[in-house]
Design a protein around this ligand. Structure first.
Ligand code: PHE
Length: 346
């Protein structure tokens, strides 16, 4: 009897040592080894069957105590190992929220697009719809429908790259006028359209000229549209772009598709008209061309110039942006220098 006691006590002692393992798998092995169906505790239980009741009771209690102690030791070790695993993960995955944030490099809208968006929003607020036309345009829409027949000398000012004898890189956005008028009838008046886009002209590139640049065209056709409407619109536009104090000045000009035609100057925002280097000492800066739509353009697209009239204006986006932001070289817009572009982050 006491021999069995000793054996059980030794068993308990070794089990308690083996339980101090460092990983879950061997801990489970220890549990199975001692408490499993073929383990020593189970064996001892079987051995009890042949004992005297008195001895059986005493021995049974001892077996239960040993079994309970081993089970508790396994359970404790299990908790310890689990907590150690959590502590380990927390240590590995620390997040130092006091570190400075990573610099996220966000892009920004190109200054030319900002000007386009601004002017488009201005015209939309007055009920204009935005339209687009093809950059490879037909001679028909780029010139002919705008009262610029073949051999018209005004074509010389707008020389461009011909893709074939009838198609060229458009020299201005005015072709969208003809395309729009052709697709509408007098029942659909008023026509109020704004059209931004890229245009192309043979030019010697320098600080103020580029063979590719952007224009915004705006035009309206309705009954009784006059120079007064054009002037009011131009003044509102000039003040929207360059400040509430700006004045405008119209000078006679020529475009085959407008009559009368004007060049529009805005009073210099830098010197307020006194004369400075920006306005070349004149106090005025030319910003766009405009005029009342030529009767021939209306007739060719199916409108009766006796009943309806309209105005059109076309401006260079680069020029507006250069004036607005004091940019001295047009080429800055095209070379994607981040030192330049980052100045236009809003
Ligand atoms: N299309 C003309 C140009 O590019 C500008 C313009 C547009 C003039 C509309 C009058 C009316 O020079």
């Amino acid at each position: 009897m006491s021999e069995q006691h000793t054996l059980l006590e030794e068993l308990l002692a070794t089990a308690l040592v083996e339980v101090q393992t460092d990983d879950l798998k061997s801990l489970n092995d220890v549990r199975v080894k001692y408490l499993g169906k073929k383990g020593p505790i189970q064996e001892a239980m079987k051995a009890m069957k042949g004992m005297e009741p008195e001895a059986r009771k005493e021995f049974g209690q001892l077996v239960n105590t040993v079994k309970g102690q081993i089970a508790a030791a396994v359970e404790n070790r299990l908790l310890e190992l689990e907590q150690a695993a959590i502590a380990q993960r927390l240590a590995n995955e620390t997040l130092d929220i006091t570190l400075p944030a990573q610099n996220l490099h966000t892009g920004s809208i190109h200054p030319l697009q900002q000007v386009v968006d601004d002017i488009t929003a201005f015209f939309r607020s007055m009920g204009y719809e935005a339209a687009e036309g093809p950059e490879v345009e037909t001679d028909f829409y780029n010139f002919e429908m705008l009262n610029l027949p073949h051999d018209h000398p005004a074509r010389d000012m707008q020389d461009s790259f011909y893709v074939d004898p009838h198609r060229l890189l458009r020299t201005h956005t005015s072709g969208v006028q003809a395309r729009t008028f052709e697709s509408r009838t007098e029942a659909q008046l008023p026509i109020k359209v704004i059209c931004p886009g890229k245009v192309y002209r043979r030019d010697d590139d320098d600080a103020t000229h580029s063979h590719q640049f952007m224009q915004i065209e705006a035009f309206i056709v309705d009954e009784n549209i006059s120079m007064a409407n054009l002037k009011g619109t131009l003044q509102a536009l000039a003040r929207h772009l360059f400040g509430a104090d700006r004045e405008i000045r119209l000078r006679p000009s020529f475009f085959p598709f407008t009559e009368p035609s004007v060049e529009v100057d805005v009073s210099c925002a830098k010197c307020n008209g006194a004369g400075c280097n920006v306005c070349k000492q004149t106090g005025w800066i030319e910003i766009l061309g405009a005029g009342l739509i030529h009767p021939n353009v209306l007739t060719m697209t199916g409108f009766d110039p006796q009943k309806v009239s309209g105005f059109a204006l076309g401006m260079g986006v680069e020029r507006i942006a250069m004036l607005k932001y004091g940019i001295e070289d047009i080429r800055h817009f095209y070379v994607n220098d981040l030192r330049f572009l980052n100045q236009f982050k809003r």
